[in-house]
Each structure stands twice: as C-alpha cells, then as structure tokens.
Design a protein around this ligand. Structure first.
Ligand code: PMP
Length: 423
C-alpha cells in the first residue's frame, strides 16, 4: 500500500540526495489552498509550491485554458512555428511590467533561466561583463544564477568556486544592523577595490528577498540604486520571480518602488503551476541580442502560455491584488499577535501577502526552532516553509484565492504549533 514512509524510502533510494524535500509527505490531489496526501490527510497549503500558486491549485479557469490548448497542440517550439498565445502574453507583460518606455519580452521555463537570460541581455546591451548581486539574494541553481545567489550552503557547497565577475554588495537589513547607507557603501567599495563601474553590466536584486528571508528593499534604497545605475550606465535588473504575479499587493513589487528596472525577471505564479518564466525590459536593451541568441526548445510552451494568460485574467476578474493586500494585513495582524506572546519572534515583516517572521534568541538567529515548528504545523494540517540566510525565518505564501476562513484556520494552527514548540 502507498504511504508517505514507503514513498520516502523509495525516493531516498532513487532520487539524487541534492534534491531536497522539506516535508516527508506525498501529494495525491490538491484544490485551491488545500492538498491531500497519499494517506488521505488534508492540509492547508501556506507554501503554494514556493510562491507558484497565487491563484491556488488548479484554478478552474487555468485548468480550462490548459485543457483547451491540449485539444489543439502542445508543442511546435516557438522558434520553429509561432503561436498567438506567446505573442499575446508578451504584449500583456509589456503592459504589466512597470516602466514608462517601450518594452519587449522573451519567455523561458524556470526562474533560473530568466535570470541567466537577463544577464546575457545586460552584457550584450552594455558590452560589460561584471554583475553586482547582494548578500542573501537568491537567483537560482543553474551555474550563472548560482554565482549570483548569495548563500553558499547548501546551494553551491562542494561545487567549487562559482563563475567570476560577480561582486557581492550588502543587502540592507535593519534587524541585522545593515543600513541602506552601509549597503550603498558596499557598492562604492566594490568600485574602489574590485571593479570600476565601466566594467559592471548590471545590478540584480529582489525587491523583497525571498529565499534570503523576506527582507524588503525600501523605495528609497531602490531609488538610490536607480540613480547609481543611470549615472554609470549599469542595467538595473529586478528579480521578481518570487515577488511577482501579485504576491506583494501589486502585480510587480517594483510598482511600489517609484522607479522602474531596465529588465524584470518573472516566473513561478505567473503561470499558476505550469513552468513558465521570462524577462521583460526596455525594447532597445532587449533587442541587443540578435536572432537565435535567446530562446530554447520549450521556452513559452503553449500550455504554459495558455495558463499564464488565464492567470492574468483571473487576477482582474477576482480582484486578487486587493485580496493580496487584505491577506497581507490579516496575516501581519495575526503574526504581530503571536509576536506579543513569544519573545523569540524578533520581527514580523513583508510586503502585501509576502509575510514572514524571524526568530531570534539572545540576540542571535534561532534556526533550531524552525524545523520543529514546521513539523508541528504539518501534524496539525498546515504546510509551511522556512527561509533565510540563517534559516530562522518562517514565511507564508498562501494562495491569494484562499478564503478568510482558510487564513484564520492556518493562523490558528500556526499559533498552536508555536505553543507546542516554544511553550
Ligand atoms: N529568483 C528568485 C527570486 C527565486 O525565488 C527563485 C526560486 N526560488 C529563482 C530565481 C529560481 O527559480 P527556479 O527555481 O524556477 O529556477
């Protein structure tokens, strides 16, 4: 008989150890904000497949759009025979991505690929090879994206030194004593000690760091980066893979920053559970690479394009941006109540419905509590994720289609789990 333990045993024997698994649970089916495992146990899903399910599991409109596409064709390769949905999706994204200028878009499969291609475009547009990324930033696991990712263990541990020409600036975090001035100084230091601005193609950052711990860049900080980039001819790349598709209360988080990026990376929730990513940027920058220099066999495949067009429609029809803001307020309120009860909750922070709490003890990060809290929540029927450079942040990525009752139920389970672990 199928159960989680026997499937875990088979997995351990058959799957490479590097592919981790947070919860020893195997899914059987899912609907909106709920998942059922192979043993019939029901869970509320506050992880959303790591920020992929802003429109919930199998949104009926997304499912219908993909099913309809399956009746026609599943693949031609857009580089061989075009199809309208790819073009229509690029048109939509050119409008949705912030920036008061003509834009163009290219589609890929994963967030990592979007990041890799953003760097390729920035290099071609500037004729420069250097990239500045940030401490605790996360940009993916493929080689160039991994070089940008600002955390060694587990991501690049044991793999040797990563690609050269990546310079690491400090990401601001008031809780950890890194001010915005410190962050700007760390870039000045790179220019002084490592590489002159004329060798830097791009500065890449997440408007809200995701894997790194939900540290939010302020509009003021983003504006200082924008000014610096304008002054030095550097491309500003916003990695909105986790923040995008409505998670932060606007379709893209950069809408709240008062300045636009030159290139924006998106993936995850944009296609409601289907593999699709892409980059949108200033038209002349995006056109810096000639025909054949961008793309891939599956990039913007028809099923994923159909899903993404449906996701964008669902956002409009169900007013999910307002919902993202409301869910964010409900979650923040709930987490702040818990913060009054548990001294270990050092900070509750986020943007829109991208909300987290960071655990500290005696002034030091307290990651030791995260796994027990995740396990206690799972036993009580709630799937949660942790994150953070120090592994001490509990984050919430609940579908924006979840009901108020789903949210309160999840928050109640979180409260019970904290009580069970932190007393
Ligand atoms: N950038 C950010 C900000 C991400 O959160 C992620 C995924 N967690 C990636 C890039 C990489 O995306 P993928 O796993 O689809 O390659």
């Amino acid at each position: 008989t199928k159960n989680n333990a026997s499937l875990m045993a088979r997995r351990q024997a058959a799957v490479a150890a590097g592919v981790g698994q947070i919860h020893p649970v195997f899914a059987e089916r899912a609907e909106n904000a709920r998942v059922w495992d192979v043993e019939g146990k029901e869970y509320l899903d506050f992880a959303g497949g790591i920020a992929v399910l802003n429109t919930g599991h199998l949104h009926p409109k997304v499912k219908a759009a993909v099913a309809a596409q399956l009746e026609d064709f599943s693949h031609t390769c857009f580089m061989v025979l075009g199809y309208e949905s790819y073009v229509a999706l690029c048109e939509k994204l050119n409008n949705l991505v912030p920036g008061n200028f003509a834009k163009k878009t290219a589609l890929f499969n994963s967030g990592s690929e979007a990041v890799e291609n953003a760097i390729k475009v920035a290099r071609a547009a500037t004729g420069r090879a250097g990239v500045i990324a940030f401490t605790s930033g996360y940009h993916g696991r493929t080689m160039a994206a991994l070089a940008l990712t600002g955390k060694v263990a587990p991501y690049s541990k044991g793999m040797g030194l990563m690609q050269a020409n990546v310079f690491r600036a400090r990401f601001p975090s008031a809780l950890h004593g890194i001010s915005e001035d410190d962050a700007m100084d760390s870039i000045a230091q790179i220019f002084r000690n490592d590489a002159e601005p004329a060798d830097i193609a791009a500065i890449i950052l997440e408007p809200v760091q995701g894997e790194g711990g939900f540290y939010v860049a302020s509009p003021g900080f983003m504006q200082r980066l924008r000014q610096l980039c304008d002054r030095e001819g550097i491309m500003l790349i916003a990695d909105e893979v986790q923040t995008g598709a409505g998670r932060t209360g606007t379709f893209f988080a950069m809408e709240q920053m008062g300045v636009a990026a030159d290139i924006t990376c998106f993936a995850k929730s944009i296609a409601g559970g289907f593999p699709l990513s892409g980059i949108t940027g200033k038209a002349e920058i995006m056109d810096a690479i000639g025909p054949g220099g961008l793309g891939g066999t599956y990039g913007g495949n028809p099923l994923a394009c159909a899903a993404a067009l449906a996701v964008i429609e669902v956002f409009e029809q169900e007013k999910l941006l307002a919902r993202s803001q409301a869910i964010g307020q409900q979650l923040t309120r709930g987490l702040r109540q818990l913060q009054h009860q548990y001294a270990q909750i050092a900070e509750v922070r986020g943007l829109g419905a991208m909300v987290a709490m960071e655990l500290m003890e005696d002034g030091a990060p307290a990651p030791q509590h995260c796994a027990p809290i995740l396990a206690a929540a799972r036993e009580r029927g709630l799937i949660l994720l942790s994150c953070g450079t120090f592994g001490n942040v509990l984050r919430i990525l609940v579908p924006l289609t979840a009901s108020d009752e789903d949210i309160s139920e999840g928050m109640a389970i979180l409260g019970e789990s904290l009580k069970a672990v932190l007393g």
